[in-house]
Design a protein around this ligand. Structure first.
Ligand SMILES: [Cu+2]
Length: 265
């Protein structure tokens, strides 16, 4: 019996070790459970929710698998053992395994709802507003305050410029079907729904070039709905806007697919 307990203890240690190690080491893809390093001020809130959910799930998994393996090993039928008494309809046990998962689901719901309402709140204090238009099969960006736009095609992916450390509000519109505006490094995505103006605010705080894509299967060329995001200094941003204007991309984009003048609300 003693050796069985020792083996069980070793098993738990092996299962728990990666979890404990990931909790102790520095920031890496492993400790982020596969998430990219957040490139926005809001990113750490989303990352913490993701990590917390995985750690909670891992602990529940270890406890559940541990108890199962323990029961299987310690109480296994040995040669000559009679069939044990078969128990069923244990009401306290059934109440317990109804209530415990309910509490866990409510816990996950509470933290998710709390963070989500914080992340989708519109403060109205943004410095820039970008009307993002997604259509089959590319994207257009209206820099509303600046009065300039950029537009892409699947072959020439558009580039969204954002100044670092300045809050931007995205207003998402679609003239055709549902798309989803996703910049993985921002740890945030939102559906682009025809007939709706979905919005969120974000403050990019890392310089660099990031990939953006459509995250809603929208048809044959869905996978070609790519764009780049360049988070740059303010001077570089202003220069880019001036360049768009010099190319004649002034005012609001009207691709002929929809009226966008009302998309700044
Ligand atoms: Cu799409």
């Amino acid at each position: 019996m003693k050796s069985t307990r020792a083996r069980f203890g070793a098993l738990i240690a092996i299962v728990a070790l990666p979890v404990l190690l990931t909790g102790c080491s520095n920031d890496s893809k492993l400790t982020r459970f596969g998430f990219p390093s957040p490139a926005t001020k809001e990113g750490p809130t989303i990352l913490t929710l993701w990590q917390g959910s995985w750690i909670a799930a891992g602990l529940v998994g270890i406890l559940t698998w541990g108890l199962m393996i323990w029961a299987i090993v310690v109480y296994r039928r040995r040669d000559g053992d009679p069939l044990p008494a078969q128990t069923r309809y244990n009401v306290p046990l059934e109440i317990a395994y109804t209530i415990i998962p309910l509490v866990m689901v409510l816990g996950l719901f509470y933290f998710t709802a709390k963070d989500q309402s914080e992340l989708t709140k519109l403060s109205g204090t943004q410095t820039h507003t970008v009307n993002v238009q997604g259509w089959r099969w590319s994207w257009g960006f209206n820099y509303t305050e600046e009065g300039a736009y950029d537009v892409g095609t699947p072959a020439a992916r558009p580039v969204l410029y954002l100044p670092v450390d300045e809050k931007v509000k995205f207003v998402l519109t679609s003239p055709d079907v549902i798309h989803s505006f996703w910049i993985p490094a921002f740890l945030m995505k939102m559906d682009v729904v025809p007939g709706r103006h979905n919005s969120f605010e974000i403050t990019p705080n890392k310089l660099g070039t990031f990939v953006g894509k459509c995250a809603e299967l929208c048809g044959a060329d869905h996978s070609r709905m790519l764009f780049d995001v360049k988070v740059v200094n303010r001077s570089e941003y202003d220069a880019h806007i001036a360049e768009l204007k010099a190319r004649g991309q002034v005012g609001l984009l009207d691709t002929g697919r929809q009226k966008v003048a009302g998309a700044t609300q």
